[in-house]
Design a binder for this molecule. Structure first.
Ligand SMILES: [Zn+2]
Length: 259
């Protein structure tokens, strides 16, 4: 219960700061109103959390507690020190989520679900919580399997999920960072300018920048793209062939993967 409250406090805190930043220093304007986007995407997130809780029990955190108590998983078997196990857990989870994101693009069945995230014609901090419930459930099962197989510490799961969430809210931000700052920041953190490229309608750009927190995996695995072809201002966001605003309705987003 305490871990759920911690997640919620961090989420609301970062979301609040991001909304304020976007309001004070917006990068682009979108035809759809902010309140409407926020309401729809918060509604999706609430539904996703409830569905994931029902279908997974307590999720990856509770799977990690089980692994720790039962002495299951590689890190527990190797009897790593707490700090080493914590760091290894964070690193492993981050790389695993990078690979998961690639799989959601490359496997046609998974793409049907992940497409909901990319159908957004806008790009702001609320896009970070716009996912189909089944994608969240599959991702939760994946993290549960990793927690048990590797014996990832429950605290590593909790810190990772809070950080991942905060990073996603940040790197979907529709806000400006002055160029000299942005250049320095993107050396160790994925910035909105970097992640926006992943939301381009141009396929080679969409097939790049899969990371959510640090840029190292994209650079190591050759999926890094520094600048979009048409520039940050000219780049088209969304999917080329599906730009009907009616697709944005809450119920349509839920049934779209099955059509
Ligand atoms: Zn994606």
């Amino acid at each position: 219960m305490t871990e759920s409250i911690l997640r919620l406090v961090f989420f609301l805190g970062v979301l609040g700061m991001m909304l304020l930043w976007e309001w004070r220093s917006p990068f682009r304007t979108f035809p759809e109103g902010k309140i409407r986007r926020l309401a729809r995407h918060l509604g999706l997130m609430t539904l996703n959390s409830a569905v994931a809780r029902i279908l997974s029990g307590g999720g990856a955190y509770f799977a990690a507690e089980f692994a720790l108590e039962s002495h299951w998983g590689l890190f527990n078997q190797l009897a790593l020190t707490y700090s080493l196990s914590f760091a290894a857990g964070l690193l492993l989870l981050d790389f695993a989520i990078y690979l998961q994101h690639i799989a959601f693009h490359r496997v046609p069945l998974f793409w049907r679900l992940h497409k909901i995230h990319h159908l957004d014609l806008g790009f702001d901090t609320t896009t970070a919580i716009r996912f189909h419930p089944l994608e969240i459930v599959l991702s939760t099962y994946y993290k549960m399997a990793l927690a048990i197989a590797f014996g990832i510490l429950p605290t590593a799961i909790l810190v990772f999920e809070i950080l991942l969430n905060a990073c996603a809210l940040f790197n979907h931000g529709n806000a400006r960072i002055p160029a000299p700052w942005e250049r320095r920041l993107r050396l160790f953190l994925i910035t909105p300018d970097m992640h926006r490229i992943h939301h381009s309608t141009y396929k080679p750009e969409m097939d790049s920048n899969f990371g959510f927190s640090v840029p190292f995996w994209d650079k190591l695995c050759g999926t890094y793209c520094a600048t979009p072809l048409l520039g940050q201002e000219g780049m088209e966001i969304g999917l080329k062939d599906q730009r009907d605003p009616k697709l944005l309705d809450f119920s349509r987003l839920l049934i779209l993967p099955f059509r």
